[in-house]
Design a protein around this ligand. Structure first.
Ligand code: TRP
Length: 397
């Protein structure tokens, strides 16, 4: 094992928890890197990606939202040596309305797909949500399709992207699922995922199903003729335990370890100590929210790092580290100069919270509006095509 991950009862002395079932408290991301034993993304690595792709890094990367990795440098070495790779990410379709935070890995994946010209596979873990939540399989099938529409709306290339529901694709994954199951013990699963003797047995073995797409051989038709591709997984850092297990088991399967790039969590409107959550309506901007609703939520709930009186604010300025509107702008406002201006004027007290909130409302409303427009143009046929088992176009354009 490279390092232990946070099980259910681990690290009680720290103020925050990050594991596959729970994220809570104000996450200290440098501490998390130490806990998980991953590596921080340094500016040199970002520059190297810019050099290799011949385009500026996505702001999620250059501004540190994707902040940690496992052997991304080695993947780039292999890529430079002519080795191909694919991207693997996924989503647990636990609801039919996704929020802004859910979109981040997909926006980032789409950037990587374009920048490196690589295929993408996206796993919809309807099975996982069935095992972990109170929801029936019929609703999950519906959520999967609705979520897939949101994912496609991020702009993926249908010739290079395969999206699959575990309930439907499981037969193809099964040979690798079995190989993984045979090579991982209950003790390991207990240590990594915090399952215990009263967990349902589906939870004990589910990790093998999330691990399997990390190996190109799980896609015999989709990657026909390209079975030796390496795998890069962009994911929220809470998903790391799955892939720590996968990397551990890979050599026993005679397969290369997947490479990882981890993101932070999008904080809730209420502040940096919570993450955006679909179960708390006011914490999140949903992809179905109207402009009026977005304005209301931002104005009412977005935690302000500004001072409580205008004269104090002019004198002291805002604390940008806790200011949610500024934090969101730093993720979604691509214009670097404009962001710098806001940073300077808001932190010095020249700008007021309400002015920053207005900018945020405009930006997010436009993003959501564009998303909705893209989504409404997606036909049932296109959804079926993305989800059909077929050979992807793996050659360079
Ligand atoms: N378990 C993830 C979730 O609940 C979904 C998922 C499956 C995933 N495979 C993945 C996420 C690979 C990131 C990378 O959302």
């Amino acid at each position: 094992m490279e390092n232990r991950a946070a099980g259910d009862d681990g690290f009680a002395d720290d103020e925050f928890v990050v594991n596959i079932e729970n994220v809570s408290g104000k996450v200290d991301y440098s501490k998390l890197i130490q806990r998980f034993g991953s590596e921080p993304i340094m500016p040199g690595l970002v520059e190297r990606i810019e050099r290799l792709t011949g385009r500026p890094a996505h702001p999620f990367l250059s501004r540190g939202f994707f902040f940690s990795h496992r052997e991304l440098d080695k993947l780039l070495d292999a890529y430079e040596g002519g080795r191909k790779f694919y991207l693997y990410t996924g989503r647990g379709p636990s609801t039919d309305s996704m929020h802004l935070g859910h979109l981040i890995p997909f926006i980032f994946c789409k950037y990587l797909q374009d920048a490196f010209d690589v295929p993408v596979v996206i796993q919809m873990t309807d099975d996982e949500k069935y095992l972990y939540k109170q929801v029936n399989l019929e609703s999950l099938r519906q959520y999967t399709i609705e979520n897939v529409r949101d994912i496609i709306a991020c702009g993926f290339d249908v010739n290079k992207t395969f999206i699959f529901s575990n309930l439907e694709y499981i037969q193809h994954l099964y040979p690798n699922v079995l190989r993984i199951q045979k090579n991982v013990t209950v003790n390991q699963v207990r240590a990594i995922f915090g399952v215990n003797d009263s967990s349902n047995i589906g939870k004990v073995s589910f990790s093998a199903i999330q691990a399997a797409p990390s190996f190109a051989s799980s896609f015999p038709q989709v990657f026909e003729g390209c079975q030796n591709m390496l795998c890069l997984i962009p994911c929220g850092i809470d998903q790391d335990p799955y892939f720590l297990m996968t990397r551990d088991v890979a050599p026993r399967l005679g397969s290369p370890k997947p490479h990882l790039i981890h993101s932070k969590f999008l904080p809730a409107l209420q502040g940096m100590d919570k993450k955006m959550s679909s179960s708390v309506e006011e914490s999140a901007i949903f992809l179905t929210d109207s402009e009026a609703r977005i304005r209301e939520k931002v104005m009412k709930y977005a935690f302000s790092g500004g001072q409580s009186t205008i004269s104090d604010h002019r004198r002291l300025g805002a604390d940008l580290n806790v200011d949610i509107s500024y934090q969101y702008l730093s993720f979604f406002l691509e214009d670097e100069k404009e962001l710098q201006r806001i940073r300077a004027e808001y932190s010095s007290g020249k700008m007021l919270t309400v002015e920053v909130k207005k900018i945020l409302v405009g930006l997010i409303s436009e993003l959501v509006r564009r998303h909705q427009a893209a989504r409404s143009g997606i036909s049932d046929d296109l959804v079926r095509e993305f989800m059909s088992v077929r050979k992807l176009n793996l050659s360079a354009p």
